[in-house]
Design a protein around this ligand. Structure first.
Ligand SMILES: CC(C)(COP(=O)(O)OP(=O)(O)OC[C@H]1O[C@@H](n2cnc3c(N)ncnc32)[C@H](O)[C@@H]1OP(=O)(O)O)[C@@H](O)C(=O)NCCC(=O)NCCS
Length: 317
C-alpha cells in the first residue's frame, strides 16, 4: 500500500540532514499536496523535522524544519508517540546502520513516492523506500526496502532492486535486471537487459553495463569495466579470461582474486567440487555453453574452461 492513501497524517522524521534529506522532505510535502489535490481530507505526513547523528547539526534550521538531534535523543523527546521515518543517508552502508538504529527505538519505515512518479500497479515498492520525481517503475519490478530511486530513473519490467540499493538521477535499469543489496548506480548509468549487478557493487556515472558485475566491484565506462582492469588494451575488453576472472571473484568472494589460464584447483584452496560445479554453471550462463557432466569432471584449470569455449572445440562436443 502507498502510505499516501491513509487519512490521518503520520508523524514523520527524515534521518539525514544533508542534501538528500532536503529533497526527501520536499517530496513528503509534495505527497501531502498531491493527497489533498486528489480529494484526501488530510495530508499524509506531519513532518516533525530532521534527525542526524552529527551532534553539531542539532538545532539547525533547514527550510521550515529543525534538526531535532540524534535518533536516541529524538526518540526520548517523542516517547510514546508513533513515529515514521525515511532514511535519507546517501551512503548505502551508513543508511543500513541508521535504519537499524531507528528500528531499535521502534520507529516505522515510511515509503515516499513523488506524485509525478509512474508506478505500475504490478510493481512492488518495499518499506522505507524513496521514489523521486519523474521515475517510472514498470510491471513486475520489485523495489526492496530502504532503496533510493532518485530523479528520473526508469526501472524496467521484472527488474529487482534489492534492499539498500541506490539508483542515482537519470539511471536506466532495463528489463529483467537485478541490482544487488547496497549496490550503487551512478547518475545516468545504464544496464543492458537482464544483467546482474552484485551486492555492494558500484557502477560509475554515465557507464553502461553489458555483463554481470561481481559483488563489491566498481565498474566504469562503456562497456563498463572494473576500474582495476581499465588499462588492459581495448582489444582485450571482451576476452573470456576477464569474464571468467569476475566469475571466480564472485564465487570465491574475493574481488582481488586474479586468475590465469594456468590457475588450477590446487592454487585456490576453496576450489572444491561444489565450487567447481558453480564455476561451470556460471560460465554456461555467461557464455551460453552447455558443458556436459563428463566435460566438467575433466576440467582442472582455468585454461581447460577457456579451451572448451573456443568455437572449434564447442563444435566437437
Ligand atoms: C565510479 C566512481 C565511484 C569512482 O570513484 P573513485 O573510486 O574515487 O575513482 P577515481 O575517481 O579515483 O577514478 C578511478 C579511475 O576511473 C575513472 N573513472 C571514474 N569514474 C568514471 C566514470 N563514471 N566513467 C568513466 N571513468 C571513470 C577515472 O578517470 C580514473 O581513471 P584513471 O585510473 O585512468 O585515472 C565515481 O567516479 C563515480 O562515477 N561516482 C558516481 C557519482 C554519482 O553519480 N553521484 C550521484 C549523486 S546523486
Amino acid at each position: 500500500m502507498n502510505d499516501s492513501e491513509v487519512s490521518e497524517p503520520k508523524p514523520l522524521v527524515i534521518i539525514g540532514a544533508g542534501g538528500l534529506g532536503t529533497e526527501v522532505v520536499w517530496v513528503a510535502e509534495e505527497a501531502n499536496r498531491g493527497a489533498v489535490r486528489s480529494g484526501s481530507p488530510q495530508p499524509c505526513w506531519s513532518v516533525l523535522g530532521f534527525v542526524d547523528s552529527d551532534l553539531a547539526k542539532r538545532g539547525y534550521q533547514i527550510g521550515t524544519y529543525i534538526v531535532l538531534g540524534t535518533v536516541e535523543e529524538t526518540a526520548t523527546k517523542f516517547e510514546g508517540k508513533e513515529i515514521w521515518f525515511l532514511c535519507a543517508v546517501g551512503d548505502n552502508n551508513a543508511r543500513e546502520k541508521m535504519v537499524r538504529a531507528a528500528e531499535a527505538v521502534g520507529w516505522k519505515p515510511a515509503k515516499l513516492i513523488h506524485p509525478s512518479a509512474i508506478i505500475s500497479p504490478d510493481a512492488r515498492i518495499g518499506a522505507g523506500s524513496y521514489i523521486a520525481p519523474g521515475c517510472v517503475v514498470s510491471p513486475g519490478a520489485q523495489v526492496g526496502s530502504h532503496v533510493i530511486v532518485n530523479f528520473h530513473v526508469s526501472v524496467g519490467h521484472d527488474s529487482i532492486l534489492e534492499d539498500y540499493a541506490q539508483i542515482c538521477p537519470g539511471a536506466r535499469v532495463s528489463g529483467g535486471c537485478r541490482v544487488g543489496k547496497s549496490a550503487f548506480l551512478g547518475s545516468n548509468a545504464s544496464l543492458t537487459p537482464g544483467v546482474v549487478v552484485g551486492d555492494d557493487a558500484v557502477v560509475g556515472a554515465n557507464s553502461h553495463v553489458v555483463r554481470k558485475v561481481a559483488k563489491g566491484i566498481t565498474v566504469v565506462g562503456c562497456p563498463a569495466q572494473s576500474v582495476h582492469q581499465r588499462h588492459v588494451p581495448e582489444s582485450n575488453f571482451l576476452q573470456p579470461i576477464n569474464l571468467i576472472q569476475s566469475i571466480f571473484q564472485e564465487i570465491f568472494d574475493d574481488p582481488k582474486l586474479e586468475v590465469r589460464p594456468s590457475t588450477n584447483r590446487n592454487d585456490i584452496p576453496n576450489w572444491d567440487s561444489l565450487a567447481h560445479l558453480k564455476i561451470a554453471l556460471a560460465i554456461d550462463e555467461a557464455f551460453g555453453t552447455r558443458f556436459t557432466t563428463s566435460e566438467v569432471i575433466e576440467f582442472h584449470s582455468v585454461g581447460d574452461f577457456l579451451r572448451a569455449l573456443e568455437p572449434t572445440n564447442r563444435q566437437k562436443t
